[in-house]
Design a protein. Structure first.
Length: 351
């Protein structure tokens, strides 16, 4: 069995999770090279992972014939260029979430995948959560009828990060893009990606410049709180909200209502983490299964799906084109917040 040669672009914290995944399947993949704008970081990572090469310029990594696929683990605003360049260089790509910081960038990445014929996968590990897989299947089978309302909520009590995450020039966005993307993408996936039409939202910096914080307040230039009301084709509406810090208890939930049932996922509790209801107005019943599909939100599981898709020539486990809907909603939310009104959104390529 020929091993797939892997390159890792970006040697920050998340790259170590990707590398750990590849290192767990040494019979299928091996890390050939690491690139980071800081040569010493690239070299340290290469030494740790047993990679032959370390570069400060990722283009040198892409020039290696031994590299067949790459993980793009840079900060958010540097996801697009390495991904596009890698695809055009004939490499398969697993890019960390969010796919891009704008819908225009995401569209470039999708086009590069289509043009090159190489696999593009977004590192959205929640797509493999057993509860989400079960809920999507339940909805696909028509069990909740016509979907008309959904919620994607993540209230973190105290979870503001530091470093590149709080700087707009590197992160592109704050809490909404960093962790809000998990609930938003999961709900869109479970609903089968209905087309967004309008967004009304607010993104705000509530705690970023508080006097009692440890991060560099002068560098904090993204939102730590945001809410949105999204309208979709088919009369579906969505309430989306996320905060890195809010004066509520921690709460994460995704709920989808149809005219003959519903699904609810609470990924971190309280139990039950999954609830499915089916029936009419007077006979609604809990039909939550006791057994769930195989899956995991461990990044190592995501890596296995990526490598398997390459080896088997299959489709991307998390393709980029549906993820455009997520980026379109982010674009609309930030624009709505700036203008103070609802805005219409248009998918790239449909202008």
């Amino acid at each position: 069995m020929k091993k797939i040669g892997i390159g890792i672009i970006g040697a920050g914290g998340i790259s170590y999770a990707h590398a750990g995944g590849y290192l767990q399947i040494p019979d299928q993949a091996h890390i050939v090279a690491v690139a980071d704008i800081f040569q010493d970081k690239a070299q340290a990572a290469a030494d740790k992972w047993g990679a032959k090469y370390a570069f400060a310029d990722y283009h040198e990594l892409l020039a290696l014939e031994e590299v067949e696929a790459v993980s793009v683990c840079t900060y958010n605003k540097a996801h697009c260029e390495p991904t596009v360049d890698a695809l055009h260089a004939g490499k398969h790509v697993l890019v960390e979430k969010p796919m891009a910081v704008t819908a225009a960038e995401a569209y470039r990445m999708v086009q590069a995948s289509q043009t090159s014929g190489k696999l593009l996968m977004v590192g959205m590990k929640w797509r493999f959560m057993p509860q989400i897989l079960a809920a999507r299947q339940f909805i696909e089978q028509g069990n909740i009828g016509a979907v008309y309302y959904a919620e994607a909520i993540g209230w973190q009590h105290r979870g503001i990060p530091g470093g590149t995450f709080i700087r707009k020039e590197t992160a592109g966005g704050g809490a909404l893009m960093d962790n809000g993307v998990y609930t938003l993408d999961a709900v869109l996936y479970m609903m089968g990606h209905p087309k967004p039409l309008t967004v009304s939202g607010r993104a705000a910096n509530i705690f970023g410049h508080s006097p009692d914080v440890k991060w560099d307040k002068s560098a904090f230039s993204v939102e730590d709180f945001g809410t949105a009301y999204v309208r979709f084709e088919g009369g579906i509406t969505l309430f989306f909200a996320h905060a890195w810090a809010i004066n509520f208890p921690e709460q994460w939930q995704m709920r989808i209502a149809g005219n003959s049932g519903s699904v609810a996922v609470h990924p971190f509790g309280p139990e039950p983490r999954l609830r499915m209801l089916r029936g009419g107005y007077s006979n609604l019943q809990d039909v939550t299964p006791t057994e769930l599909p195989d899956g995991s939100i461990d990044i190592a599981y995501e890596i296995v799906q990526f490598v398997r898709a390459i080896r088997e020539g299959g489709p991307s486990p998390v393709p980029g084109d549906p993820f455009l809907y997520t980026n379109v909603i982010f674009d609309g939310l930030y624009e709505s917040s700036r203008l103070g009104r609802e805005v219409a959104v248009i998918l790239p390529g449909e202008y």
